[in-house]
Design a protein around this ligand. Structure first.
Ligand code: 6PG
Length: 410
């Protein structure tokens, strides 16, 4: 457990000089999986095993057992598996550890775990902001709302600790602690890696990306100060007292639907990464080992495990029957919340982008057709047609007739 980066390389070289073939080095830090792949390849010729293991759980996990995501060779896991199982958190009688895949697979999955963590936290923060600004409830009253939510579908560690943070009073000023904490969110990089790799893999993890960017925006103090007097909506927005309960229920449903999208996008990235790097990642097992010990532990991870057990080749979590029904039940509320936020001038980047992603996914026809037309116009980038095979180009600067650039099969 050393900080990711150069320190890890230094410790590894020291260990390699003392270890014997067959020994196992486990890197339990938040290493970049590309480094883990490199390190494993460098160490392999010595006969020493190198295992990059994602570990989640923070201080509590260190005391009571974390969720462990080990990569590395199958052979090393034969020795390591029982040891890790004995220290891992336990969910419904099962230890929260599984061999994720070879070389960097464990750190890759931990990286995506953190990306989902960013999205989950941002979504919860947006829900809080909407309730606070719409209803005027105090942080401790909103803590009660989150505590109530934690008894239902949204039950999770992050909802639980949100209630605790909102209930905390600052000893120095007597104000709610959340009101005296500077509103600039830090980041150590794993969220950004999740998005960088998603871009490389071509996976739209828009909810996670918005969560990362929301932290970046929060830290742009000079820009925020310069923009503070830019115009917002003409009228102030408040939720009428008689509509408060209905509004809070809408926000709860919007949060749940957006959360489903964040996890669906995260699992898409795991599937794409596994394909790209040749890992045989068992999605249902990943959901199961996230049920306890880790920061994103949540009741609904059981539903994700079930979805992949029912259909191991599920193309998107959002289309699994349970999640389809959950979104169907909550989508009207989701739309109301996003529309209200836009009209009220309250930023909800994660709520909004998740809904846009959902509508993009289910659209019969996307304006991507027009983008293809534009690309063909300015750069002869060609397009395909809906009615026949082949690759086509319109002679835009000539007589605008269409030519076939690659002959179709019929
Ligand atoms: C975990 C956490 C842990 C760490 C995050 C914090 O699973 O235990 O994810 O790894 O607390 O990396 O990340 P940021 O500092 O980037 O928010």
């Amino acid at each position: 457990m050393v900080q990711a980066g150069k320190g890890t390389d230094a410790v590894i070289s020291e260990l390699v000089s003392r270890f014997e073939p067959g020994d196992i080095i486990v890197d339990g830090g938040n290493a970049n999986f590309h480094d883990t792949i490199r390190r494993e390849a460098e160490i392999k010729p010595t006969g020493i095993h190198f295992v990059g293991a994602g570990i989640s759980g923070g201080e509590e996990g260190a005391l009571n057992g974390p969720s462990i995501m080990p990569g590395g060779s199958v052979e090393s896991y034969e020795t390591l598996g029982p040891i890790l199982a004995s220290i891992a958190a336990v969910a419904e009688g099962e230890p929260c550890v599984t061999h994720i895949g070879t070389d960097g697979a464990g750190h890759f999955v931990k990286m995506v775990h953190n990306g989902i963590e960013y999205a989950d936290m941002q979504l919860i923060a947006e829900a809080y902001d909407l309730i606070r600004r719409g209803t005027g409830k105090s942080p401790s009253e909103i803590a009660d709302v989150f505590a109530e939510w934690n008894t239902g579908d949204l039950e999770s560690y992050l909802i639980e600790i949100t209630a605790e943070v909102l209930r905390q009073t600052d000893a120095a000023t007597g104000q709610p602690l959340v009101d005296v904490i500077l509103d600039e969110a830090g980041a150590k990089g794993t969220g950004a890696w999740t998005v960088q790799n998603a871009l490389d893999l071509g996976v739209p993890v828009s909810g996670i990306a918005e969560a990362v960017f929301a932290r970046s925006l929060s830290s742009k103090r000079a820009q925020r100060e310069a923009a503070a007097d830019l115009p917002g909506p003409d009228e102030a927005w408040t939720v009428a007292p008689e509509d408060t309960d209905a509004f809070i229920e809408d926000v709860r449903q919007a949060l749940y639907a957006s959360k489903i999208i964040a996890y669906s996008q995260g699992f898409d990235e795991i599937i794409a990464g596994a394909e790209q790097y040749g890992w045989n990642v068992h999605k249902g097992e990943v959901a199961k080992i996230w049920r306890a010990g880790c920061i994103i532990r949540a009741r609904f991870l059981n539903r994700i495990a079930e979805a992949y057990a029912d259909d191991p080749s599920l193309v998107a979590l959002a289309v699994a029957p349970y999640f389809r029904d959950a979104i169907a039940g909550g989508q009207s509320a989701w739309r109301r919340v996003v529309a209200t936020a836009a009209q009220a001038g309250i930023p909800t980047p994660a709520f909004s982008s998740s809904l846009a992603y959902y509508d993009g996914l289910r659209a019969d026809r996307l304006p991507a057709a027009l983008v293809q037309g534009q690309r063909d116009f300015f750069g002869a980038h060609t397009y395909r047609r809906v009615d026949r095979d082949g690759v086509f180009h319109t002679l835009w600067s000539g007589d605008r007739s269409e030519i076939e650039t690659t002959p179709s099969s019929h």
